[in-house]
Ligand binder design. Structure first.
Ligand code: G4P
Length: 291
């Protein structure tokens, strides 16, 4: 996949993931925990599929970011789901900073055994080191900026610490390491690709806007029809995305010369309105309650 196709501004080829995997594994020995940032609207698609295996049992905290855009009830269900799997998860909004004050405590809870070990060895004051990981656009920079108060990256010169890695000192108890490398989503899965595109993690210039909006309308009609009708009124042809798009375009008076509905414009509007919360807070991926 090329830069044009993935829209994430970095050229993609499988070698990149191999490199990232190696870099992460190298750093695992010097960190205490991994904080993984996911998009609360799409907690499955916004993950790297190999991460669990790569981090090989390191204590793991999940930050369900952009929870200001997700359905609050569904975010709570995800938090409960992770809790049952033994992973601490918190809902955060790194744009406003909401929820971030729970981060440090969640790290301490995830590392309670390690902290006890340090205490017994008299290692008081040793900062906890957390590696922050996440696919592009998930809000990793926003998180680091928010939590570090914009403090500059620390230049590291200690043995075992790879030069060029970005470290951030939060306070005397906590240090963060930015992902060494780029962690990719599962691009080859159609649903993953669509969900990343709907939420704007992948830019539209690489996808067919009309097709994307049609797929979004079909998905929204299946998951939360009331949100669609609240925004666009009752829709007549709800079993086909293109028909829904035409109907919405017509309702909004989007006509081309000659009278046909301008579905291209309607598509851009639907996508923009979804991303700007005009349809409300929507979570596209739910916990599988039958699992
Ligand atoms: P990255 O480092 O993981 O690539 O992501 P980054 O922090 O750059 O965030 C990607 C986009 O997501 C940014 O928007 C950022 O503002 C937005 N964002 C991050 N966290 C949150 C959140 O919790 N809630 C909301 N609503 N948005 C969030 P952008 O449009 O690219 O830039 P801008 O709006 O900041 O100008």
């Amino acid at each position: 996949m090329t830069e044009k196709q993935n829209g994430m501004n970095i050229q993609w080829f499988p070698g990149h993931m191999t490199k990232t995997r190696r870099k992460i594994v190298e750093q695992l020995k010097i960190i205490d925990a991994v904080a993984e940032i996911v998009d609360a609207r799409i907690p499955i698609s916004s993950r790297n599929p190999d991460l669990n295996e790569i981090i090989a049992g390191k204590p793991h905290i999940i930050l369900l970011n952009k929870c200001d855009m997700a359905d609050a009830q569904k975010t709570a269900e995800w938090i409960e789901f992770y809790k049952k799997s033994g992973i601490i998860a918190i809902g955060v909004d790194c744009k406003s900073g909401k929820g971030l004050n729970a981060f440090k405590d969640s790290v301490k809870t995830a590392l309670s055994e390690k902290l006890e070990e340090y205490r017994k060895k008299g290692l008081v004051g040793k900062p906890l080191r957390v590696m922050v990981v996440g696919i592009p656009n998930v809000g990793k920079s926003s998180f680091i900026n928010r939590i570090s108060g914009g403090s500059k990256a620390k230049v590291e010169n200690r043995p075992g610490v790879t030069r060029g890695n970005q470290w951030f000192t939060i306070d005397k108890e906590l240090e963060l390491l930015d992902t060494p490398g780029v962690l990719w989503p599962k691009f080859d899965d159609t649903t993953v690709g669509e969900h990343l595109a709907f939420t704007g993690a992948v830019t539209d210039r690489i996808t067919d806007t009309e097709l994307l909006a049609m797929r979004l309308l079909e998905e929204l009609y299946g998951k939360c029809p009331e949100k669609l009708t609240a925004r666009y009124g009752e829709l007549e042809c709800t079993n086909d995305g293109y028909d829904m798009l035409c109907e919405i375009g017509k309702k909004r008076g989007m006509r081309m010369r000659g009278g046909d509905t301008d579905t291209e414009r309607a598509a851009a509007m639907v996508l923009e309105e979804f991303r700007n919360l005009k349809l409300g807070r929507i979570t596209l991926e739910e916990v599988d309650k039958n699992a």
